[in-house]
Design a protein around this ligand. Structure first.
Ligand code: ADE
Length: 312
């Protein structure tokens, strides 16, 4: 990870680290075998042998309940392929009022997340001060200023057994958190959401579905849009004719090589149509290039010499 180089600075709270504290927090198990973290219940009960663990630091742990309980992510947690542990940043805010934000120095609109609750939370979750510790997991801040999440970054992230995700809120987090504590900053797109929670869900989903065994078929992600550098080809299922609209004949032919060719051309055509920028970095064969040249030629009103996949 490009920003995984830790900046050599000790956190001001280094002295308050309690090794094992975070483990004590996540190990509380209810009678029905669920983990309880702060006010939040996590449905996985195989915390320590999971393929990958995500610790999510947030002011709104309850936002994650629905998306993470359902479908593929929920099943991956149940099966012990992933563990997601939510930590309420407010639990780590000092003082009776547990304040997590404050007005910016020198004025300006909005509120800024204070450094102490976040830094305390990270130390508590890890059980040590991560500064200068090469054994610490990546500490990722979700922010619109981060590098863009894409399929190749999601795949790179699967190499880490553990990730800490910090969900920012308000105008952002105190710059010292970003500069000295965080090791990577990730954005899910060039737009601003009201917090890092939904981006954290997006990131976890994109990463977990790539973990071995999470999708039943080991090749299931191979043709995904973006996995190949192209958008994926269109899919059809039964019936063969629906409201007069037919499934392309080639797909019903049972002819393997022709189906492969149809899918490749459909993927190229769709990418050419919708995301031509992707073609600059996709790995293309000579046949692909010839097909794309046909599309360009047709665009320029010339008649193609080979039949083109119709992708309306
Ligand atoms: N927080 C607010 N907007 C965001 C975005 N686009 N990506 C990541 N975190 C964010």
């Amino acid at each position: 990870m490009h920003a995984a180089v830790r900046r050599g600075c000790r956190g001001p709270l280094g002295a308050t680290t309690w090794p094992g504290q975070a483990v004590a927090t996540i190990s509380r198990i209810t009678q029905d075998g669920q983990h309880v973290v702060g006010r939040f219940v996590i449905t996985s009960h195989r915390c320590y042998n999971a393929r990958m663990r995500f610790d999510i630091l947030t002011l709104f742990p309850e936002m994650f309940q629905g998306p993470f309980d359902a479908s593929i992510i929920g099943r991956a947690c149940e099966a012990g392929q992933a563990t997601i542990v939510l930590h309420d940043i407010r639990d780590h805010a000092p003082g009776r009022h547990r304040v997590t934000d404050d007005t910016p120095y020198a004025g300006g609109g909005g509120m800024v997340m204070k450094p102490e609750p976040i830094w305390n939370a990270v130390e508590s979750v890890l059980g040590f001060d991560p500064i200068g510790r090469p054994d610490a997991p990546p500490i990722v801040l979700l922010t619109p200023q981060g590098r863009l999440l894409n399929q190749s970054l999601a795949r790179d992230l699967t190499a880490h057994p553990r990730l800490l995700l910090i969900c920012g809120r308000y105008e952002g987090v105190d710059e010292r958190v970003r500069r000295y504590l965080v090791t990577d900053e990730i954005s899910i797109g060039d737009y601003v959401l009201s917090g890092g929670e939904i981006p954290a869900m997006v990131l976890v989903d994109a990463v977990v579905r790539l973990l071995p065994g999470v999708l039943g078929d080991p090749g299931a992600t191979a043709d995904d849009s973006h996995a190949t550098g192209l958008l994926e080809y269109p899919h059809y299922t039964r019936p063969a004719v629906y409201r007069g609209h037919e499934v392309p004949e080639t797909l019903l032919s049972g002819h393997h090589a022709q189906i492969e060719r149809w899918r490749r051309q459909a993927a190229l055509r769709r990418t050419w149509d919708r995301r031509p920028d992707l073609l600059d970095h996709a790995s293309l064969t000579q046949a692909d290039r010839e097909f794309l040249a046909q599309l360009d030629a047709r665009d320029g009103i010339e008649t193609p010499t080979v039949p083109l996949v119709d992708d309306k």
